[in-house]
Design a protein around this ligand. Structure first.
Ligand SMILES: CC(C)(COP(=O)(O)OP(=O)(O)OC[C@H]1O[C@@H](n2cnc3c(N)ncnc32)[C@H](O)[C@@H]1OP(=O)(O)O)[C@@H](O)C(=O)NCCC(=O)NCCS
Length: 160
């Protein structure tokens, strides 16, 4: 299967609006509860937040929208942290490594900026973050204002 990974900001305005609508609708608890691979672990996100995300990656496969991930704006403490989230892969394209590639791509971009990536991963995505090199954060390792809306454990990408 041929996949293409693009920065969200490289998409046309119409493509951005369509992707934002899909991710926002999917993140709604009433929609998410029908997806066994979610267990309602995705934090709700609105269209405006998606459109304003300056670091996000979209996957297209077979010419169709297949997956999405974004990084929230940086949290600046003694070092700069960046939360990765809103990870969704469309049902038809799951279990082919797309989530792993999205996590890998966004993590590399954050690390290249000298920032520290972290995530609050739910049960469905925790193995993907572990495979990408993330570890469960130790107490005090994440900034205090980084809070999981869904009560998911924090995972952090170590400085190499
Ligand atoms: C969680 C989610 C993003 C995973 O997406 P995905 O693209 O299926 O993830 P991956 O393909 O990278 O990995 C999923 C599994 O497929 C397996 N896999 C990867 N490539 C594969 C391949 N080529 N052939 C067979 N299996 C494969 C992985 O080993 C992994 O197995 P495991 O979960 O048993 O460890 C997707 O299920 C989803 O969108 N869920 C709903 C939203 C959600 O929960 N998001 C996370 C919020 S924290």
């Amino acid at each position: 299967m041929s996949e293409q990974y693009k920065l969200f900001t490289e998409l046309s305005k119409i493509e951005q609006a369509i992707v934002a609508g899909i991710i926002s609708a999917y993140s709604h608890p009433k929609i998410q509860q029908h997806d066994k691979a979610s267990e309602n672990s995705l934090a709700e996100v609105n269209v405006e937040e998606i459109l304003a995300s300056e670091l996000a990656i979209v996957c297209f496969a077979e010419g169709l929208f297949a997956g999405y991930i974004r990084a929230k704006p940086p949290i600046v403490k003694e070092k700069t942290f960046r939360q990765v989230g809103s990870l969704v892969v469309m049902n038809h394209f799951r279990r082919q490594g797309i989530a792993g590639n999205l996590v890998g791509e966004v993590t590399s971009l954050i690390v290249e900026e000298g920032q520290t990536p972290f995530a609050f991963s739910g049960p469905a995505s925790q193995p993907t973050f572990t495979r990408a090199g993330y570890f469960y954060a130790l107490p005090g390792e994440l900034p205090e204002d980084a809070v999981s809306e869904r009560g998911n454990p924090g995972m952090i990408y170590p400085e190499l």
